[in-house]
Design a binder for this molecule. Structure first.
Ligand SMILES: [Cu+2]
Length: 171
């Protein structure tokens, strides 16, 4: 049964995403996935060798996908991170398998205090107001280039604050 095969293949996705139901998605791996990415912002102007990029990813298709990599000129290493509550302290860590599931029909928010793209070993010079190309790699949809607006870190607040400060994200 094709459906059973798909269900087995998606078991990890379902577990990782929580309670995502396997609906009537008789999809094939070759199916085109319609993804829309918006509100791409970057906290890259800090005097630090790290930074973070945030965005909303909308999966308009009937097939699950996943963000599995990203590339930014000036970032030595990129990891996909999440913030978790570890004994009442918010800490960040790489997501399992460096993979952020983007379930069919859902919107996944990469935002302060949650999922984010982590720039490690920053070597580039990033200035507030600049637009930076970010190449995203999805499991099924392949690569997509989006532009991230580098925001004022003072308005973004520090990532480790968990997003409680500086909610004005206007550039
Ligand atoms: Cu991080």
């Amino acid at each position: 049964m094709t459906r059973k095969f798909v269900v087995v293949m998606m078991l990890f996705v379902v577990l990782a995403a929580g309670c995502v139901g396997v609906e009537e998605t008789m999809t094939t791996p070759e199916m085109t996935v319609a993804l829309a990415v918006g509100n791409v912002t970057a906290n890259l102007a800090l005097p630090s060798d790290t930074g973070a990029v945030y965005m909303h990813i909308v999966n308009n298709s009937a097939a699950d996908d996943a963000l599995i990599d990203a590339a930014i000129d000036g970032c030595g290493t990129i990891e996909l991170h999440e913030m978790i509550n570890d004994n009442d302290t918010m800490v960040m860590r790489q997501v399992e398998g460096n993979r952020i599931p983007i379930p069919a029909g859902e919107t996944v928010m990469l935002q302060r205090g949650g999922l984010h793209i982590m720039c490690i070993g920053k070597t580039g010079e990033f200035t507030i107001g600049q637009s930076v190309p970010v190449t995203l790699t999805f499991e099924k949809a392949g690569t997509m280039e989006v532009m991230a607006d580098v925001l004022d870190p003072a308005k973004l607040g520090m990532e480790m604050n968990g997003g409680g400060m500086g909610t004005d994200e206007a550039p």
